[in-house]
Ligand binder design. Structure first.
Ligand SMILES: Cc1cc2nc3c(=O)[nH]c(=O)nc-3n(C[C@H](O)[C@H](O)[C@H](O)COP(=O)(O)OP(=O)(O)OC[C@H]3O[C@@H](n4cnc5c(N)ncnc54)[C@H](O)[C@@H]3O)c2cc1C
Length: 492
């Protein structure tokens, strides 16, 4: 069957980590041109790189359901296919008469290589292929230091970015998305098998509303004023002090341009002129920085940016790793964080830093093992941000915490969870322990522990390591590394 000669041109829009309709440059370009076929192609294995973990797959499913509903409200629908995009996209064009494919860019090394291969394949068969920036304030190659090289330190990076901002204003969602004359066949979303077979996702369901509407609800709630108390509250896991926008940003349900515009409006109404200098905006800068680093140093997902850390004497300890993963280390703030992660797919940033320090410095296990666990369990698992966070925590990345800065899990707990509400919530075995002992239950007398119903080693574990000893061992290992580096430099 042929296509009407004077029918409007048809374009495919290929959705990936941009699961929204507003501020979607690829969709806007396709709608300007004519009819649109919205497509998602599922086959992460074919893309190389890190395939989505379990929590991410859960999010994918729900966000795709929401995207399909939003498309249907505008006269369209989501076409779902399984296979390699380089084969599937030309086939859809052939089936429907579409002559162009549009998408928003991704920046992870494997994704970029994959997408440029797809672009070549589309062009080779005479199709128009065009990509856009829909995810970052500034793309990684547009920011450079005075010698034209990438930044490795955050502050000058962000200072430079601010001279190149504000970003362009966000685009509105199209009111109507013109449909093609003929729809290609589509799989159902359940056919992607993204949901867990055993239903472990109750905690995720209770904690999150995936999708574009959920993202804007989160921004609205935070934008009410949360962002102004952010500087004081952002380190307190016991308070709702941060935006919880991270999974929405990762999946592109909201863009940093939209957040920027929202804050600009809120600040203008409140008469606040220095909002760009506020800490929350700086955190969006860290997100940009992580993409800048991963683009310029693609090996850092698996290898330390500072090469000498390749010789660090990491331990092998499957039991220790398991105890950390399950939140059974005997250090309440660490265990609370790991259990929050397991239950909700998210962990507060301060606690991420504490548990990461504990894994690499107290347990002396490789940061890559922690990065892999986070990758599987976080709903906001993001290759750039996760890599930056782990390399920073291990002391081996750009602008990293110095290796000798070793978080003390007891004093961190006392400082950032002062009334113990966070620990009590996630480690209910300790709920009745009085606050002076809550972050170090082994310091309570047996009588106090008995009165609180705590028996160390039964119910709640005794500490898996002695922090003071392990701190010293980690420092000694680091000293050896430094000696090795300096003697290498001297002889080299
Ligand atoms: C070991 C470790 C691993 C991490 N892994 C990830 C990850 O996989 N995905 C992820 O999104 N974040 C990661 N982070 C960064 C940070 O913990 C989360 O972005 C933050 O906790 C998300 O909560 P929020 O949205 O309420 O953040 P807010 O404090 O409200 O910040 C707003 C946004 O800024 C960005 N942001 C905030 N802090 C950072 C940071 N330190 N580095 C980079 N971007 C930041 C996020 O996109 C966040 O949504 C990691 C941090 C550490 C220490």
């Amino acid at each position: 069957m042929g296509f009407r000669v004077n029918a409007p041109p048809v374009s495919v829009v290929w959705w990936r980590q941009d699961l929204r309709l507003a501020d979607h440059p690829a969709l806007a370009a396709a709608v300007r041109r004519g009819a649109v076929i919205p497509v998602v192609v599922w086959n992460p294995a074919a893309e190389g790189g890190w395939a989505p973990g379990s929590a991410s797959r859960w999010w994918w499913h729900h966000s795709l359901v929401r995207l399909d509903e939003a498309l249907r409200r505008r006269g369209s629908r989501l076409v779902v296919r399984i296979g390699a995009a380089a084969d599937v996209l030309p086939k859809i064009c052939q089936e429907t008469g579409a002559t162009a494919v549009y998408w928003n860019r991704r920046y992870e090394p494997a994704a970029m290589a994959h997408d440029s291969h797809v672009k070549d394949r589309l062009k080779a068969v005479g199709l128009h292929a065009e990509s856009f920036n829909g995810a970052l304030l500034l793309e990684p190659w547009t920011v450079a230091n005075q010698s034209g090289r990438p930044f490795q330190v955050f502050t000058p990076f962000w200072r430079k970015c601010l001279t190149q901002l504000p970003p362009p204003p966000p685009l509105a969602a199209p009111e109507l998305i013109p449909a093609p004359e003929r729809w290609p066949r589509s799989e159902s979303l359940p056919a992607l098998k993204l949901l867990p077979r055993k239903p472990w996702d109750g905690g995720l369901k209770a904690a999150w509303v995936p999708g574009e509407d959920g993202a804007h609800q989160a921004l609205g709630a935070f934008g009410q004023g949360g962002w102004r108390g952010y500087t004081e509250n952002r380190n307190r896991p016991d308070l709702p002090g941060t935006s919880r926008l991270s999974p929405h940003l990762h999946f592109g349900e909201i863009t940093p341009r939209q957040i920027w515009a929202h804050l600009n409006d809120v600040a203008a109404r409140a008469g606040v002129s220095d909002w760009q200098q506020q800490q929350f905006v700086t955190e969006l800068g860290w997100r940009e920085f992580s993409h800048h680093l991963l683009y310029h140093f693609p090996q850092t997902t698996d290898a330390p940016l500072r090469a000498e850390f390749g010789h660090f004497p990491w331990r092998e300890d499957a039991v220790g790793l398991r105890l950390w993963q399950r939140g059974e280390t005997g250090y309440p703030i660490v265990d609370a964080g790991m259990r929050e992660l397991w239950a909700t797919g998210w962990m507060h940033n301060r606690v991420r830093m504490i548990v990461a320090s504990f894994l690499v410095k107290d347990l002396m296990l490789p940061w890559q093992a922690g990065a892999r666990w986070f990758w599987d369990t976080l709903v906001d698992a993001d290759l750039a941000q996760n890599t930056l966070g782990w390399q920073w925590s291990a002391g081996c990345g750009a602008d990293a915490a110095p290796y000798f800065r070793i978080f003390n899990p007891v004093s961190q707990g006392e400082k950032f969870d002062p009334a113990g509400d966070y620990v009590r919530r996630w480690v209910p075995e300790l709920a009745r322990l009085p606050i002076p002992f809550l972050h170090a239950p082994w310091t309570a007398s047996p009588a106090i522990r008995a009165a609180a119903g705590v028996v160390l080693g039964r119910g709640y574990p005794a500490p898996v390591v002695d922090h003071a000893q392990r701190r010293q061992a980690a420092l000694d290992a680091f000293k050896l590394l430094r000696v090795r580096r300096e003697s290498g430099a001297a002889s080299g």
